[in-house]
Structures are given as C-alpha cells and as structure tokens.
Design a protein around this ligand. Structure first.
Ligand code: UD1
Length: 419
C-alpha cells in the first residue's frame, strides 16, 4: 500500500505549471470516437483516468500513439465493437461519455454504469432523457446500459437540472445527428466550452457553449486531421491557489486561464489573501491568518464544488467561524472527519458544514475518501505541524499529475512511501 508522508508546516513558495484539465480531457478522448480519422491531443494530464480512457478506446478499436507523456495521436478509423469493457468503465465517472459518442458514431453501445467518486447519488437521468429526445432507446439492466438509435435526429432538450455530464453527453450525441439540437439550461463550465471547441476544430457546428443555450447543427462527418490542446485545469489551479493561502505562502501559477478562477480569487481576497492576475498566470500569497467566510458551491461561474474541500482546509484554520453550503452533492463532507483528526473543529450536518477556526492543524494519519478530498488532505498536511500520512492515493492519482513532485518543487516536504 502506498501513502504520502507530509511533514509541515511549510509556506509553499515558487512557481507551478498547471496541467491540462482532467474533466475536459476525459470528455475529449471519447469525443474522438466521432471522428472517422486521426487527430492529436496535447496538454493531456498524465493521470490514471486518462490512461484508463485510452485503454477503453483501444478496446473499441482505436489506435493510440503516445508522442510524449502529455500528447497522443489517436486513429479512430476502425471502431470494431459496440461493447465497452465493463471492468474499465466502472473505474471512473466520465466513462458515461462513451454512450453519447458511440450513439453518434455507431448508433449503438453497451456499457456498465459509471463509477467515480462517491459523493452521494449520481443519477444519469438527464443524459438518458437527452438521448431519448434525439430518438435513441436506452435500457438499464443489472448495471449495464444498452443504448441504440437507428437514426439520431436533432431535437430541443431541456435540462431539468444544470448538469456538466449531461450537457456534454447530449452535445456528443447531437454532433452527427440529422438537424439541429438545442440544449436549454446547459451547464457553462470551462470544460464544456473546451469540448465544443475541440469538436468544432474537427468539423462540428456547435454554437453557444459557455452560455445556458447550446445549439448544435448536425454535420455529416468530422474530418479530424487536426491538433488540439486541452484547456488548463481550473480545479488544479484552484487547489494550488488555496494551498498558497492555507500555508501562508506565495505561489505563481503558470498556464492557467484566470477568467476561470474568478470565484476562487474573490473568496481568497475575502478571507484576506492577495491575488495578482496576469491573464494566463496568477500570483496568490497570504501573510496572515485568513478570516472566516461563508461559501455556497454552485455550477460555473459559482464557487466550484470540486474546490470545496480545499477551501474547507483554509476555513478550518481561519480566524472566526465559517459555513459551507454544498449545493451540488449530498455527501461531500467526508474529509471534515479527517481534518478533525488533525485538530480542526468542523461539524457537518447534511449539506452544511460549520467551521470553528483553529490556530493550527497537527499531523495525523488520514484517509482520502475521494479525489478532491485527497488533494485537500495534501494541502492540510503541508500546512499542519508535524507528520501527516495520507492513505488511499488511488483517488488522488486519478486527477492530479505528479502531485508530490509539484508540491516538492514549491517547498513541501512530501514523499510517496510504499508500506
Ligand atoms: C462533473 C465533474 C465533477 C463535478 C461535477 C459538478 C466530470 C467528469 N466530473 O460531474 O468533478 O463535481 O461535474 O461540477 O466532469 N444530476 C442528476 N441527473 C443527471 C445528472 C446529474 O440529477 O442525469 C445531478 C447530480 O446528482 C448532481 C448535479 O446534478 O447533484 C450535478 O451533477 P453533474 O454536473 O452532472 O456532475 P458530473 O457531470 O457527474
């Protein structure tokens, strides 16, 4: 078993280069199934979710060449099966994008229910509703999804709730459909815009991504023969911004889009941190104990739920009391029990967590319950006094490229140890 051993406290200082966005990349890879040809994707984060996505595509018949650790060339000319490998698709949430992409490409797919972080109920009813509006039939039987369409036809789709996954998935299924699809009440996250930009680069006709109405005019074919670079990771950037505040450090993040970070910047300034925005890089520093604040997680452009645990670390050490209202997921406060082992005073009740800020955290053995909770524990370990051992690293490795190396470069005392 592997664990991260972090000895703190260390004020993190220096530069971090932000990787490509996991949540964009895990959608771009299935999107290549819509291309009957070859394309190159660069700035891919080197993380386990990407390796599994590539394995799934290869099992479906795609040919993948790694140009370097962050770039692949993928040839989807021959897609040889419509059954996705259940053991692989159950390993992460975004495997649901295979459904939209394969409906578009082959009119048929059999795939297991998606896995991923256990954040509470994660239904896919809005995805299914969208596919059905375009003419597909979708059946679920003992954990397997069977989706089929003789011919997909564009249609108006209204999302009952704002869903990142359903917005992208319906967009994927609509790209090669006959006629026009509109998605109303669409999600607006940066990775939705990135997937639309990728598909448009390959020959699709998608308008309005990044607003709450997306219009997709179906095209006959995507031509491929293009190179695309994945958008910088908003959540990785936010993790390091909050790490700078939690450790009272001074970090400059390179390769980020600061427009995507505005809700985080606003909260950092509110708790007493400092931010300098250079457009494609950002400096964050904090030289005093942060003050308490209230946060509500919301779809973009609101404060992202995927940064809620990292913000929780800052608030656990703030001067005063704070409250976080988690409006997206039912069960995203498991990390608070781990922070309490480190001396925090947090009470989680349903969708709210109440923080009584403590002066210091101290090291302890802790367990990451999911991807972002794991990242929050790395931040907490760096800020805390003494030794923190973090277990269940498979969650962290799903979404952060080389987390310990990036933290070490900015001064953290962190080692990966095999027990
Ligand atoms: C994506 C992100 C995840 C992030 C989340 C919210 C990826 C791979 N994952 O997850 O990191 O935490 O957005 O920003 O991009 N819902 C339904 N029915 C559906 C779909 C969703 O009720 O068919 C609900 C969910 O239970 C949740 C809310 O809608 O309460 C938002 O979920 P959604 O935006 O779909 O999250 P994911 O795409 O799974």
């Amino acid at each position: 078993m592997e664990k991260l051993v972090v000895t703190g406290p260390t004020p993190l200082k220096g530069e971090v280069v932000i990787s490509g966005a996991k949540n964009a990349a895990v959608a771009l890879l299935p999107a290549t199934l819509l291309i009957d040809g070859v394309c190159t994707i660069e700035n891919l984060p080197n993380i386990s979710d990407i390796k599994i996505s590539c394995e799934i595509l290869e099992k479906l018949g795609a040919k993948i060449t790694w140009n370097n650790k962050n770039s692949i060339t993928i040839d989807t000319t021959n897609i040889t099966t419509t059954t996705a490998p259940l053991d692989l698709t159950s390993k992460f949430r975004a495997s649901y994008y295979i459904i939209g992409a394969m409906l578009g490409r082959k009119g048929e797919i059999e795939v297991g229910m998606p896995g991923g972080c256990k954040l509470g109920a994660r239904p896919i009813d809005q995805h299914i509703k969208g596919f059905e509006m375009l003419g597909a039939t979708v059946n679920l039987d003992r954990g397997t999804i069977y989706a089929k369409a003789d011919k997909l036809k564009g249609a108006p789709v209204y999302m009952d709730i704002v869903s990142v996954g359903a917005t992208i998935n319906v967009m994927l299924s609509a790209v090669l459909a006959e006629g026009t699809t509109t998605i109303d009440n669409a999600a607006k996250e940066p990775h939705i815009v990135d997937v639309a930009n990728f598909l448009n680069t390959m020959g699709a006709d998608i308008r309005g991504a990044g607003t709450d109405v997306i219009k997709i005019n179906g095209v006959k074919k995507l031509h491929g023969n293009a190179t695309y670079s994945v958008v910088p990771d908003q959540i990785e950037a936010g993790t390091f911004m909050l790490a700078a505040v939690a450790t009272r450090g001074d970090l400059t993040l390179k390769n980020c889009i600061t427009k995507h970070l505005e809700s985080i910047t606003a909260k950092i300034v509110e708790v007493g941190g400092n931010v300098e925005d250079y457009g494609d890089s950002i400096r964050v520093w904090c030289d005093k104990r942060p003050s308490g604040a209230n946060i509500k997680t919301l779809p973009y452009p609101g404060f992202p739920t995927d940064l809620q645990p990292q913000m929780g670390v800052v608030l656990s050490m703030a001067n005063g009391t704070s409250r976080i209202n988690e409006s997206i997921w039912d069960s995203r406060f498991q990390y608070t029990q781990e922070l309490n082992k480190m001396g925090a005073k947090i009470t989680a009740e349903g969708k709210n967590a109440f923080f009584e800020g403590v002066e210091k955290l101290h090291g302890a053995p802790v367990y990451s319950s999911d991807l972002r909770a794991g990242a929050a524990l790395v931040v907490a370990g760096t800020a805390a006094e003494g030794v923190t051992e973090i277990y269940n690293l498979e969650h962290i490795d799903r979404g952060y490229e080389n987390i310990e190396e990036k933290f070490r470069k900015i001064g953290a005392k962190i080692e990966r140890v095999t027990e």
